[in-house]
Ligand binder design. Structure first.
Ligand code: FMN
Length: 160
């Protein structure tokens, strides 16, 4: 069974969560590929980033792994930016193909928690339109990412 984890992370919280999801799957016997999205032309300022995320600006993503059909499980991770996913994740979700019939995990890390459920709903909505079979959800506060046992328990629960 093969799993793909695609994530965007600017300050490392979502990267850490992606790694923990990967470790969990690996222990369960999955072959795991991890890909970190690089944002081309992302705004430098906090306000600029919020604006781009809120109005769903696009960014360039690597086109070499947008075809996810070889995987049985596909996991998408993003920080919450202005109540939604970061632009790189929005772009990737729009461009990725081959989700029909797949099991999917969407995961986010967040600060205050404002908009985290909205962000998960948005990601899940795009994925469901691409006819995924099942969409599971996971959210962890950035401030809690080093509470490894708690995070591991949440990952296990989300993937049940
Ligand atoms: C531009 C920007 C917008 C953000 N907007 C939100 C938000 O709407 N709600 C929230 O709870 N956290 C928000 N945050 C906090 C991030 O979601 C949080 O710090 C996250 O863990 C960062 O993940 P990363 O380290 O993988 O980049 C925002 C952070 C940035 C930089």
């Amino acid at each position: 069974m093969k799993a793909l984890i695609v994530y965007y992370s600017e300050t490392g919280n979502t990267k850490k969560l992606a790694q923990l999801v990967g470790e969990h799957l690996h222990k369960e016997g999955w072959a795991v590929d991890e890909r970190r999205l690089q944002a081309t032309g992302e705004a430098k300022s906090f306000f600029g980033k919020c604006l781009r995320a809120f109005f769903r600006f696009k960014t360039k993503v690597e086109s070499t792994f947008v075809v996810v059909s070889p995987y049985d499980l596909v996991c998408f991770g993003s920080p919450v930016w202005a109540f939604g996913p970061a632009p790189a994740m929005n772009t990737y979700l729009d461009e990725c193909v081959g989700l029909m019939g797949k099991k999917v995990l969407v995961f986010v890390t967040y600060g205050s928690g404002a908009g985290k459920d909205h962000c998960l709903r948005k990601m899940a909505g795009i994925i469901k339109k691409k006819e995924a079979r099942k969409v599971m959800r996971l959210s962890i506060a950035g401030a809690d990412i080093s509470k490894i046992e708690m995070v591991q328990a949440e990952i296990k629960k989300a993937l049940e």
